[in-house]
Design a protein around this ligand. Structure first.
Ligand code: 1GP
Length: 252
């Protein structure tokens, strides 16, 4: 079963950029972001967080599944963020870090649990990039992010991830980052890999989303801006679609 991954690949082939709305169960207080995301036609809903202290992942998944058919993909911060009612899971290897637990330990612990579900498992090379502040993702994973301007390190890390058989590369400055990953880094990484590329963290405006998509991101992820300014979701989703149109026009 690979419906989600196939749809990502299809987007890459057709040069149709995608947008995922990230819902952190801890911040899922009002359903406005979800409602606006559905209205804006987001392609995927990601659910998860680096640390869940108040919210319930299960309740969040249940509410989303009752509300929409948009594929729900778990983006887990820990092994207890697995819910069989979701559609898929990003099986994250934190390849920018050197914490063995996030490279293989947590995978071993969660493999028997995942085996019993019908979740689509998407092996993902997850790379934290410095976005100007220490994020929960970096702190909780006990890893140092790749420096903001070191595209060469990002390129080599992404290439290694692809060679290891990972199916996606996700460049993330972390939720609530001051800066999103640079378009220059996205461009370099994209040039050197043949698997889909996701960019997330610190995307605050339609322009940010447009710049990352035109630089080569196949999908962008928005979380904080969707929670804090849900009225911007449709504008950001439109910018993602416009970037696809721009790319299609310039390649003709
Ligand atoms: C974090 O990429 C996501 O892992 C989304 O980040 O919350 O900053 O949009 P933001």
């Amino acid at each position: 079963m690979s419906a989600i991954y196939d749809s990502i690949i299809d987007g890459v082939k057709k040069k149709r950029k995608k947008i995922a709305l990230l819902i952190d169960p801890d911040k899922f207080k009002s359903a406005t972001a979800l409602k606006n995301g559905i209205a804006a036609g987001v392609d995927y809903i990601f659910v998860g967080g680096s640390l869940l202290s108040e919210g319930s992942l299960q309740r969040c998944v249940e509410t989303i599944k009752k509300t929409t058919d948009i594929p729900l993909v778990l983006f887990p911060g820990s092994t207890d963020q697995i819910d069989p009612h979701a559609d898929g899971i990003l099986f994250l290897s934190l390849i920018s870090g050197r914490n063995p637990d996030n490279l293989i330990g947590k995978h071993v612990a969660s493999a028997p649990i995942l085996k019993k579900t019908s979740l689509e498992i998407i092996p993902t090379g997850y790379m934290l990039i410095d976005g100007g502040n220490i994020t929960s993702a970096s702190y909780m994973s006990n890893t140092i992010p790749i420096p903001f301007n070191k595209s060469d390190i990002a390129v080599c890390t992404a290439m290694a991830g692809e060679m290891l058989g990972l199916k996606l590369i996700y460049l993330d400055t972390g939720s609530g980052a001051l800066k999103h990953v640079s378009p220059a880094m996205v461009k370099e990484v994209k040039k050197n890999i043949n698997i889909p590329l996701i960019a997330g963290g610190g995307i605050k405006t339609a322009e940010n989303a447009y710049d990352l998509c035109t630089a080569g991101a196949d999908m962008i992820v928005i979380g904080t801006v969707a929670e804090q300014s849900p009225e911007l979701i449709s504008e950001i989703a439109s910018a993602v679609r416009q970037s696809s149109d721009y790319i299609a026009a310039t390649k003709e």
